[in-house]
Design a protein around this ligand. Structure first.
Ligand code: C2E
Ligand code: CA
Ligand code: CA
Length: 713
């Protein structure tokens, strides 16, 4: 880190490092030189920190305490470096200087106990014995003065611009504003016809532009932009609007607070005839002034055309979407949301080259076209820069908030010309970045496109599946273990897909869950299962069968569920206790009361409730014991543990005993072997289903089974 105020160094260096032995003091021969140095340093108006040859802090002087507020004991007992320099990279750097560098100086800001950051110039001095000291000089004021000087010189550069520009100077303390004669002439007024208030300006700005001007002015006043620079329309005395460009710079006090803003006003109307204006409006986003979708599309297609002539030509599209922007908007209000968008637009514009296009194409969606890049990886560098620029918090209503964005990257593909396609690919990649947790970027790949397309057509297909009668139910028989009687069936959904054949639930239920389609699908299953049972009861009146229907968690918590189930039961005349609803163990762990209430409502109708896949989830026994259940289904992974050997895993016994203790009936799932049946029967398990008894059956197969059993009896 180089520092330009070398006068500081020489002055500072003389105090600490000049003279003999590298540390500048003539010691009486009898004195311990280090002790003497310590005594001297105690009185210096500089921060002094002594460390041993391993970089361990030995002592600090009074000035450290008074300037940084750190208590002596505090710093010596705790890690000095991490207290004062929270950034670990800085810490490493300092440690390096302490231990390895002979002598030198560095500009490193330091954190005080109350979180203030002081600009410091540090000298590092190594003693012959390997120990050393670092000595800090507070240059915060110097820095501020420097910055102010810089701004003032900029201001004069501004003021001396062509005589054609109007000049304005807004005093923030008094709110008075000076407008030069030329400023007033641009608007068609004589000197005495315009007041000296900031509103004399703002009230004449075009209603569509005024918010943007105010916001950008405010951002600059707060120090969030390096300068104020804004094109807008302002009303001329004759009523027409003229295009002007206002530029300005704030003058700040020692604390960085703006005291006045001054600048110029340039009349752009000549350069900007009405048609050009209309064109400008049509191609730009009115809130941020960035390119809009139309302009972006044009630029992308231009780049694609260019690429056809130059095969090695590369460009990239970055699709940027703010994570959880809705939450910010809802909690702070839309005008603050707008402010954030404007600020983000400014930051994005600052990190790309002037030739690149930054566009806003929707609420919180920004797109950058990086034109003519030398390498596709350049785009990733820009993504890193975007994330880095967001490390600096946004100030919203005096609160600091950090903005996170997800970015999707699509690079030039020789066979693709359409802007729409590029945008879609970048959007798909952005979506993947969101799915992966947000706050990251993702580069588009062809597989992503296929997955997205598959997903979409699959979703459309599933929506139509009900109307087109493509969903069917298979039924797996459940047997009573004590007398081998057929007890009922579990309804298992299948999708007879027009091109992909018979699909099992794991192929399409997750998507149905995600999209909410599980609600109409689940409703259909309940209704269909009741109707099928009704048919069998009519055909085979001797059988008293029940039907088990699986409920998804989302379906269980849907407000209309009870009503739907009751309607299905009433229409089909199925006694409620013949309908068994299976719920999964994971149901509503986060909202136990609501789940219990819902189950009680179902129970009040006389419906039976069963807990599916018992033993696989993480629900606590307490929670389960509290639910109004009738039975539980031991997951097939436990049944699988029952082998032919004499040694049996105690877990099965434990589960069955547990169910018995809770006064629940036990159904074993996935029974595949005769010895499993024997064992389950011994344990007192009530019912069982599985391939040993039967695979899930189609409706015709169920009817054949019932007919056969009827004739056998
Ligand atoms: P589940 O409730 O555990 O259903 C039992 C699954 O085990 C069924 O798979 C069944 O075919 C299979 N199975 C039955 N016997 C055996 C056996 O002996 N060995 C083995 N290895 N497997 C056996 P399926 O039909 O693929 O259903 C998978 C899951 O999909 C079901 O698991 C259930 O959670 C869900 N599901 C099925 N239909 C519906 C429905 O209509 N609504 C909801 N929400 N979920 C359903
Ligand atoms: Ca089930
Ligand atoms: Ca199950």
């Amino acid at each position: 880190m180089e520092h330009d105020s070398s006068f500081l160094f020489s002055q500072f260096g003389r105090q600490i490092m000049g003279g003999q032995a590298g540390y500048g003091f003539d010691f009486p021969a009898s004195t311990d030189p280090y002790e003497l140095l310590r005594t001297v340093c105690a009185r210096l108006p500089l921060l002094v920190v002594f460390y041993d040859n391993e970089g361990q802090i030995q002592s600090i002087n009074q000035e450290v305490t008074s300037q940084l507020g750190w208590d002596t004991g505090d710093l010596l007992s705790r890690d000095f470096l991490s207290q004062c320099f929270p950034d670990s990279k800085t810490q490493r750097q300092i440690r390096y200087w302490m231990i390895h560098s002979p002598s030198g100086w560095q500009e490193i800001p330091v954190h005080s106990v109350d979180g203030q950051v002081l600009e410091m110039l540090w000298a590092f001095v190594r003693f012959p014995n390997g120990a050393g000291l670092m000595c800090g000089y507070n240059i915060t004021d110097v820095k501020l003065t420097q910055a102010a000087l810089l701004e003032t010189s900029d201001r004069y550069a501004l003021l001396t611009r062509g005589i054609n520009d109007g000049i304005w100077d807004w005093n923030l303390t008094t709110n008075e504003t000076f407008y030069s004669s030329r400023w007033k002439i641009i608007l068609g007024y004589q000197d005495h016809e315009i007041g000296n208030h900031i509103d004399d300006w703002l009230k004449r700005i075009h209603p569509q532009d005024v918010e943007r001007v105010k916001l950008n002015l405010m951002l600059h006043v707060r120090g969030q932009t390096p300068q104020f620079h804004q094109e807008f329309r302002i009303q001329h005395r004759n009523g027409s609007y003229r295009w002007v460009l206002a530029r300005g710079l704030a003058l700040r006090d020692a604390h960085g607070n703006a005291t006045r803003v001054a600048g110029s006003l340039t009349d752009l109307t000549e350069h900007r005839p009405a048609e050009a204006q209309l064109l400008y409006d049509a191609l730009h986003d009115s809130l941020t002034g960035l390119a809009n979708r139309t302009l972006l599309f044009d630029r992308i297609e231009q780049a694609a055309r260019h690429g056809r002539r130059r095969p090695d030509y590369k460009f990239a599209i970055l699709f940027i979407d703010i994570d959880r922007f809705k939450v910010i908007n809802d909690s702070f209000g839309h005008s603050w949301g707008d402010l954030i968008l404007i600020e983000l637009a400014n930051r994005l514009t600052r990190i790309v080259r002037p030739d690149d296009t930054v566009a806003r194409i929707g609420g919180d969606e920004f797109v950058i076209l990086l034109d003519d890049i030398s390498n596709n990886s350049d785009a990733l560098g820009v993504c890193d820069r975007i994330h880095a620029t967001l490390e600096k918090p946004f100030i919203v209503k005096d609160q600091l908030i950090r903005l996170r964005v997800s970015i999707g990257v699509a690079t030039r593909s020789p066979h693709m010309d359409k802007a729409e396609d590029y945008l879609r690919n970048a959007d798909i990649a952005m979506y993947q970045a969101k799915v992966a947790g947000g706050d990251r970027y993702q580069v588009f790949s062809e597989e992503m496109h296929l997955t997205a397309r598959d997903r979409l057509s699959f979703e459309v297909g599933l929506r139509q599946a009900i109307e087109r009668d493509e969903l069917t139910l298979f039924y797996q028989p459940i047997y009573c273990l004590s007398d081998n009687r057929l007890y009922g069936f579990e309804a298992l959904i299948r999708w007879q897909h027009p091109t992909q054949g018979l699909l099992l639930p794991d192929r399409f239920l997750p998507l149905a869950e995600e999209t909410g389609l599980i609600l109409p699908v689940g409703d259909w299953v309940i209704w269909r299962a009741c109707r099928d049972l009704q048919h069998w009861q009519e055909q085979f009146p001797r059988w008293q069968l029940s039907v088990n229907v699986n409920l998804s968690n989302r379906q269980l918590m849907h407000p209309a569920l009870v009503e739907q189930v009751v309607a299905a039961l009433e229409q089909t005349q199925i006694p409620p206790d013949r309908l068994h609803l299976e719920i999964t163990q994971s149901v509503g762990i986060d909202q136990p009361e609501q789940v219990r209430d819902r189950l009680l409502q179902l129970k009040a109708q006389g419906i039976k409730l069963s807990l599916d896949d018992f033993g696989t989830g993480h629900a606590s026994l307490c929670y389960l014991a509290n639910l109004p259940l009738d039975s539980l289904k031991v997951d097939r992974s436990f049944v699988k543990l029952i082998t032919e050997t004499a040694q049996q895993p105690p877990i099965i016994d434990a589960i069955v005993s547990l169910a018995k203790a809770l006064h629940l009936e036990v159904v074993a799932e996935g029974v595949e072997h005769p010895y499993q049946v024997t064992r389950l029967r011994e344990l007192g398990c009530d019912y069982a289903q599985g391939y040993y008894f039967s695979q899930p059956l189609s409706i015709e197969q169920v009817e054949a089974l019932l007919a056969k059993k009827t004739s056998l009896n």
